[in-house]
Design a protein around this ligand. Structure first.
Ligand code: GLY
Length: 379
């Protein structure tokens, strides 16, 4: 049996390890705290249409392809884990709370129409009929029936169980360096593996035979809140995205409110200003949130890239080392697609949408960056 070592046990690393194990690889995952990094902090939006931005059509194409594989991925992980992953298909509303938001909504609707995305303009009245928790000042909304969400914490816990069920070994160590056929851990041990997958998110790992910028990720800080619904007010049943905030209700009453986007290096402190702004913006959209019980404020680090596209594919000049990182705002959404892409690169059957992986891999190719593309941010 061929051996693979996945460096990083977040949603992307664990989904990739699970895919490789399903394809017959003997897999190790190196991570001191699997599933407790950015994947734990995340909101869990599976929302390629709500997150579509002008100029980022290739990213939207990846997100839509990922949305196609999500139901089958959720079922496969649940079957191996013996527990569901918390996938909810209730759709998403993008809501405008004032005239400026309404103008931005019109631009977003135009983008959706131009790209052929599934999106329906609602009057304020229809939006509030669909989602009674929306505030009285709502100025209309877009209904995105294909944008869903997953409870990211249930997901990573299910992935850990599914990986264990497939014989994947979780090694509680950090990678000190990777190279062709070998991963050196920070505890002095080493793992020999034909395939090395670098899925360490915003954390760079030195790659023997490649420059510091071979995988030019940088940390993009996100602060996010969690509150719990009570029986004292009307809480949302759909994911609601404002122009500067999103609100994600889980079936068990937890509501995630996110998230800031900050260039602060590896800082993960929670700031009073961010908590204030997130609560204010969420409350303006959904006033009932004022009655929720405050549970948590937490910060994590998204792996940003120079062009906002992920970095998935062979690391140039380093045989047997594949990158699977740089997912920025879309790590949870793109995890199963990334796993399918790495599985195909490793010689497995293509399990993603469409005839083959080539077109999607072209957008994520690590070789697209010139030397020195990274910003040199270090922990
Ligand atoms: N996908 C939303 C975020 O990264 O905050």
């Amino acid at each position: 049996m061929s051996r693979a070592c996945v460096v990083g046990g977040g949603a992307v690393g664990l989904a990739t390890a699970h895919r490789l194990a399903c394809d017959g690889w003997d897999v190790d995952v190196l991570d001191p705290t699997p599933g407790r990094g950015a994947s734990w902090v995340a909101g869990g939006m599976l929302a390629p249409t709500a997150e579509a931005w002008a100029g980022e059509e290739a990213l939207t194409e990846l997100g839509l392809a990922a949305a196609v594989v999500w139901p089958e991925f959720a079922a496969a992980v649940a079957a191996d884990a013996g527990t569901d992953v918390g996938w909810s298909s209730h759709g998403t509303l993008v809501a405008a709370r004032d005239a400026d938001d309404a103008a931005a909504l019109t631009q977003l609707a135009t983008l959706h129409r131009t790209w052929g995305l599934h999106s329906e303009r609602l009057t304020a009245r229809d939006a509030r009929r669909l989602e009674p928790a929306l505030g009285p000042t709502t100025r209309g909304a877009l209904w995105l029936p294909d944008d869903h969400q997953v409870d990211n914490r249930r997901l990573v816990e299910a992935l850990v169980a599914a990986c264990a069920g497939r014989g994947v070994r979780l090694v509680a160590a950090r990678a000190a360096a990777v190279g062709p056929g070998r991963v050196e851990a920070d505890d002095g041990s080493a793992i020999e593996a034909e395939l090395v997958v670098v899925a360490s998110g915003a954390w760079r790992v030195p790659i023997v035979g490649a420059g510091d910028d071979a995988i030019p990720v940088r940390p993009v800080k996100g602060q996010i809140l969690r509150v719990q619904a009570t029986d004292r007010a009307v809480f949302p049943h759909h994911t609601v995205r404002g122009l500067g905030v999103y609100v994600i209700p889980r079936p068990h009453g937890e509501i995630a409110i996110g998230a800031t986007v900050e260039e602060r290096g590896y800082d993960t402190t929670v700031t009073a200003g961010a908590v204030h702004e997130l609560l204010r913006d969420a409350w303006e959209l959904l006033p009932g949130l004022a009655e929720a019980t405050f549970v948590e404020a937490i910060a994590g680090l998204r792996p940003g890239t120079p062009d906002n596209l992920p970095i998935v594919g062979p690391v140039p000049g380093v045989p047997g080392v594949v990158a699977a990182t740089g997912h920025h705002r879309n790590g949870i959404l793109l995890a199963p697609l990334t796993a399918a892409l790495v599985g195909a690169l490793a010689g497995g059957t293509w399990t993603g949408p469409g005839p083959d992986a080539a077109r999607l891999l072209a957008s994520c190719d690590p070789a697209r960056f010139p030397a020195g593309a990274g910003d040199g941010v270090t922990p």
